[in-house]
Design a protein around this ligand. Structure first.
Ligand code: HEC
Length: 168
């Protein structure tokens, strides 16, 4: 029950990040000035918060994301088969980044980093639970993790910039 609530909490968080915070940000003078100075609007046309990344940043993110998607696919099949070792190892491999995401982290807003960290924590929990917990409990944490995929994608959108000053 608590986990179900937590999932809704994350979806809610995503909505707040996507709508509430942007409304707040749009009235914030600092950010308005920053956007005017850099000609980089804080939102994309569809209303999400724009994240200005270089091609390298985007390549790094894409690789990580495909790893998440493949990992979730492997884990969901392993849950159906009660293959605990595969759940433990697959989630365990995703509990940390490869250390190359520092640049992306530094350019990203706090809400983005919180979601990313929380997703890592879910993979860590899934790995720790794999050998002992009931499959439906593991499934709930997987669902919680997927709530963070939705929350982040719904709130943020990558926009490619050429130079290295993507943090501006
Ligand atoms: C903290 C934010 C965040 C979270 C959490 C997140 N993503 Fe993403 N994801 C992004 C961003 C930003 C992009 C766009 C990258 C780009 O286009 O430059 C993206 C892109 C993707 C793509 C497209 C990759 C490509 O280039 O083809 C997939 C697939 C994806 N995410 C899957 C997932 C899955 C599955 C999860 C959850 C397990 C997840 N993401 C969680 C931020 C996030």
């Amino acid at each position: 029950m608590n986990k179900t609530l937590a999932i809704f909490g994350w979806i809610f968080f995503g909505l707040i990040m996507g709508v509430g915070l942007m409304r707040f940000m749009s009235t914030s003078d600092d950010l308005g000035e920053l956007a005017a100075e850099t000609a980089r609007p804080e939102r994309t046309a569809d209303g999400r918060i724009a994240l200005y990344y270089t091609a390298d940043d985007r390549a790094h993110i894409s690789t990580e994301m495909l790893g998440f998607l493949q990992g979730l696919q492997t884990i969901s099949a392993a849950i159906a088969e009660e293959d605990r070792e595969t759940i433990r190892d697959t989630a365990g491999a995703l509990r940390r980044g490869n250390g190359q995401g520092q640049a992306v982290q530094m350019k990203s807003p706090e809400g983005f980093r919180v979601l990313g960290r929380s997703l890592r924590q879910d993979f860590s929990d899934i790995s720790d639970m794999a050998m002992t917990s009931e499959m439906d409990e593991i499934q709930l944490v997987v669902s919680s993790a997927m709530g963070k995929c939705s929350a982040c994608h719904g709130s943020f959108k990558a926009v490619e910039v050429k130079d290295g000053a993507a943090a501006d």
